[in-house]
Design a protein around this ligand. Sequence first.
Ligand code: PXP
Length: 242
Amino acid sequence: MIRLGVNIDHVATLRQARQGIEPDPVAAAVIAELSGADGITVHLREDRRHINDRDVAILRRTIRTRMNLEMSVAAGIVAIACKIKPDQATLVPEKREEITTEGGLDVLRAEKRIKEVTAKLKRSGIIVSLFIEPDKCQIEAAKRTGATHIELHTGKFANARPKSQVERQLTLLSEAAKFAKMQGLHVNAGHGLNYWNTQLLLEKIPDVEELNIGHSIISRAVLVGLDKAVREMKEIIDRYCV
Ligand code: PXP
């Protein structure tokens, strides 16, 4: 089975557009789970531009599947994660000026800090996943940190044009997934996945364990409803489950 982690950050983005109380990401998490989501993903950013402290605290108590907290290695955020205890923490790079996460973690450069944070989170009983580029050196470094999972960054694949570049990115992802599995790592993937390119990805890397998908599902939900949007993505993924 390939798990679908529904990233509900952009439900909170809409709420923050008026700095009000609706739509509530907690309600969205419940609907996503009832519609077949295997997990709920949220990114508690240092600038709290969408998901906030209240959200993660209530989500922890209401999520019935799996809570995956995307987070930076900043001390304040790590302290919150250790208190909240999500099922899984995905460490991501974070820059204030970026519109969304722009690339994978440079584990080679920040290996010492990532290792410390990984150990701390693991001591709190949290599974640690590192969001990285499909690159052998980054995978080897990820393994050295003690993390048991990686999430391959699919953003370059999602943005690739023309077809030859799409093929190239798929090959990189497929080779990286195989290499990571040989290292004993669990392989997740995400970023920029939608109702078209997810099929392409799964044809090449059917043995991925979890896909984290946000923007495309929430965008579709605005037009057709969250229930239908999640079910349709789940149907696509289930076609590739062995
Ligand atoms: N995975 C990670 C690590 C991310 O940072 C994000 C964006 O928050 C996603 C998956 C989901 O990306 P998208 O919203 O493009 O589906």
